[in-house]
Design a protein around this ligand. Structure first.
Ligand SMILES: CC(C)(COP(=O)(O)OP(=O)(O)OC[C@H]1O[C@@H](n2cnc3c(N)ncnc32)[C@H](O)[C@@H]1OP(=O)(O)O)[C@@H](O)C(=O)NCCC(=O)NCCS
Length: 139
């Protein structure tokens, strides 16, 4: 939970989508260093609800490996899209775009309407959520 809260600061929201989701973890020397949670949206669409890597292990490739693993796994099971919601600025946006995600929508004021406290990234308040979609092409 401590790891997942790095990506989604609302434990209440996290607990609301965990039961219907699958959780994947990255481990190093027997310890969990990264995790991501994926919720099905239908037979061929899924949503990445959160992804997080322990700060001591960030920038070491775990986030990339986790994302690649789930995309490959869902591709084999017939999935065609993976969606994610993220802030409208910050390195997370570049992280997803490097994996081929494209902007497909904007939820204005999402971070104000859905969280009790203001959220900040790099000292800038987050207001709007960008909806990103990755088209999963069959191999
Ligand atoms: C986003 C996150 C999961 C990425 O995991 P990671 O293991 O650190 O990522 P990787 O090592 O696979 O990095 C892949 C690339 O993403 C980019 N990136 C990752 N973290 C970055 C950072 N802090 N600043 C700038 N670029 C970053 C880089 O381009 C990096 O490649 P590079 O190191 O060769 O330049 C991780 O930083 C994290 O847990 N952040 C806090 C939680 C969070 O914000 N989750 C996303 C919610 S939308």
């Amino acid at each position: 939970m401590a790891l997942l809260l790095l990506a989604d600061p609302s434990e209440e929201k996290l607990r609301s989508y965990l039961p219907a989701s699958r959780c994947f973890v990255a481990s190093c020397n027997g310890g969990v260093v990264g995790a991501c949670v994926i919720q099905p949206l239908g037979s061929s669409a899924h949503e990445l609800m959160c992804v997080a890597v322990d700060p001591a292990h960030q920038r070491s490739g775990y986030g990339h490996a986790l994302l690649k693993h789930v995309v490959d796994l869902f591709r084999e099971s017939g999935a065609r899209t993976l969606q994610v919601g993220t802030g409208s600025f910050g390195y997370q946006l570049a992280f997803y775009q490097r994996h081929g995600f494209r902007v497909t929508g904007i939820d204005r004021d999402f971070f104000i309407d859905n969280y009790p406290e203001p959220l900040f990234e790099d000292g800038i308040q987050l207001f709007d959520m960008l909806r990103l979609t990755l088209a999963i092409l069959p191999k």
